[in-house]
Write a protein that binds this ligand. Structure first.
Ligand SMILES: CC(=O)/C=C/C=C(C)/C=C/C1=C(C)CCCC1(C)C
Ligand SMILES: CC(/C=C/C=O)=C\C=C\C=O
Ligand SMILES: [Fe+2]
Length: 562
């Protein structure tokens, strides 16, 4: 689809606008005819798309230039992090330097976008890659490693047809002809053209099933944690519908909670699924206070009794979802005028107990949240921490592969901090957002976080994350943040990129940081290794070298030995 460009020669021109829900978008003549076809083809199927097509007089607008797609380019450095995985699968034992604690028995699984090209066509963005699962199995001081591609429909179709066949984060299949494009747009409304490339995270449900996830609901895929076989789609048996959800559900021994953004009537459904079932049930709904659509919810936090629903001014954009070319913020748009909000929903009743305006913010990842109480045990405020990018959306652009692959020594990673929201529970209309510690403690880099899972929703002291040693173009340290002392301890290996530090608690531990932190490192020689740090001292206790460097990965989970 053409990018938006209007003639500046007249002071007014006539423009077609489509309205979906509360949002309205400009479109060209060709696009208008496509929307008319969609409207007509869905009218008789009882689908209320809330689609209105209208013509309006408008002042000329500036041309919006889309980022250009790129050829498959190599790496400037030897770093394996930003190169596609070398082969479909591998498994074997790793040699260990140092000592793996004998209590560490189980499997760490890490998921991420590890294949960024098809033939000589290179993908644009980190989040576009086809999912690569990596497994580290710890037993009696030994480590077995394996990696394997997830057999999503999107991955299988790309391999078979030698081209992208589904809409990925920034990549869209090239239409063979105009008619198939009309088909694609119609498919977009039904979700058929969206990817099921489950490349973001992996979770172990309380009933033992292991599910890989992305932000499209259809991209929920069950895998075998031992063989890394793709078992099949995780089919939700309810009739909630919708196309997208948070990439980071909250998963505990008793429940699976997630948010379903509603793009038609801007808001979020908060849903819960019990172990052993595939049925999500609605806890409640939050209507957006800003517009034109819900804020992006990559993740959200919970406390013991509440679900915290962030409404970020970086909002989904229905128009960008429909475009064939990427826009500067991909499927999103920055709406500072719409403001930022945080809503608090009671888990038991589904009632909104607080809804406050907060300063503008940009975050992918919430770290944790908890209830602050007075002497009588009454909840006075909710504290919610996140990796906050100083309300600056440029981090999305920095995660383009060509930026990651071309580090020239300049310090180009935008600043980030532990953003701490304080949401009053006394009905006041505003919440606060401040840095929880001086960001220089962690080099002003902050993302890819974990905590001791026993402290989920509770007052906690430690967070593990990736920080920065500058100059850098990507978070390049592992950092342990002490939120009581407001200090951080940092691990750094020059030229290396470590992945999300994942905390595993020692059985029987009574201290919050008694355990190990697992990460996978891409080093400057193109090699890679699994790294184990002591959770308390944050010193290295062991490393296990991979046969070759692996691509960067995002999020993981722990599957304890049965
Ligand atoms: C890897 C990561 O962190 C995020 C991945 C996000 C994806 C794949 C989002 C995909 C989407 C579409 C393909 C269309 C609908 C919107 C959206 C959920 C952004
Ligand atoms: C890798 C990343 C941000 C790094 C910036 O500092 C974000 C990943 C988001 C998806 O899981
Ligand atoms: Fe994430």
């Amino acid at each position: 689809m053409a990018s938006l460009a209007f003639s500046a020669s007249k002071s007014y021109s006539f423009l077609t606008k489509i309205r979906i829900g509360d949002g309205s978008y400009d479109c060209s003549k060709d696009e208008k005819s496509i929307f008319e076809k969609i409207k007509y083809s869905t009218r008789n199927k009882n689908k209320n798309l809330g689609l209105t097509i209208m013509t309006v007089a408008t002042r000329p607008q500036p041309t919006v230039v889309s980022p250009s797609p790129e050829k498959f380019v190599g790496n400037d450095s030897k770093l394996a992090a930003w190169s596609s995985v070398r082969q479909e699968r591998w498994q074997g034992e790793l040699s260990v330097q140092g000592e793996i604690p004998l209590w560490l028995n189980g499997t760490y699984l890490r998921n991420g976008p590890g294949l960024w090209h098809i033939g000589d066509y290179g993908f644009r963005h980190l989040f576009d890659g086809y999912a690569t699962l990596v497994r580290l199995h710890f037993e009696n001081g030994r480590v077995m490693m394996g990696h394997r591609q997830i057999e999503s429909e999107a991955y299988k179709a790309a391999k078979k047809n030698k081209k992208i066949c589904y809409r990925e984060f920034s990549e869209v299949p090239k239409p063979d002809n105009f008619l198939s494009y009309i088909g694609d747009l119609a498919n977009l409304f039904s979700g058929a053209s969206l990817t099921d490339n489950a490349n973001t995270g992996v979770v172990k449900l309380a009933d033992g099933r292991v599910v890989c996830l992305t932000e499209t609901i259809k991209g929920s895929i069950v895998i075998d944690p031992n063989t890394l076989d793709t078992i099949g789609k995780f089919e939700y048996s309810d009739s909630l519908g919708g196309l997208i959800h948070s990439a980071h559900p909250i998963v505990t021994d008793t429940e699976f909670l997630t948010l379903l953004p509603d793009l038609i009537y801007p808001g979020y459904l908060v849903v819960r699924m019990e172990p052993g079932t595939n049925e999500r049930k609605i806890i409640g709904r939050v209507g957006c206070r800003g517009g034109p659509s819900p804020g992006w919810v990559h993740s959200f936090p919970v406390t013991e009794h509440y679900v915290v629903v962030p409404e970020m001014p970086l909002r989904y954009c229905a128009q960008n979802l429909l475009k064939a070319e990427p826009t500067p913020l991909y499927k999103f748009e920055w709406h500072p005028e719409s403001k930022g909000f945080v809503h608090v929903m009671c888990k038991a009743s589904g009632k909104i107990v607080a809804s406050v305006e907060v300063p503008l913010f940009v975050t992918f990842h919430f770290i944790n949240a908890y209830e602050e109480k007075d002497e009588d045990g009454r909840v006075t405020a909710i504290i919610a921490d996140c990796c906050e990018h100083n309300a600056d959306t440029t981090i999305l652009e920095k995660l383009r592969l060509r930026n990651l692959r071309s580090f020239s020594g300049e310090d180009v990673l935008p600043n980030a901090r532990v953003g701490r929201f304080r949401i009053p529970m006394d009905g006041s209309p505003y919440g606060k957002l401040e840095a929880a510690l001086e960001p220089d403690e962690h080099g002003r880099g902050m993302d890819m976080c974990s905590i001791n899972p026993a402290y989920l929703g509770k007052k906690y002291r430690y967070a593990y994350a990736c920080g920065a040693q500058r100059p850098c173009n990507f978070p390049n340290t592992l950092t342990k943040v002490d939120l009581f002392e407001k200090k951080a301890k940092n691990w750094y290996d020059e030229g290396s990129v470590p992945s999300e530090p994942f905390f595993v608690s020692r059985p029987g531990a009574t201290e919050e940081d008694d355990g190990v932190v697992i990460s996978m490192v891409s080093d400057k020689n193109g090699e890679g290794y699994a790294l184990l740090l002591d959770g308390s001292t944050f010193e290295e206790i062991a490393r296990a070298k991979f046969p070759y460097g692996l691509p960067y990965g995002l999020h993981g989970c722990w599957v304890p030995k049965a």
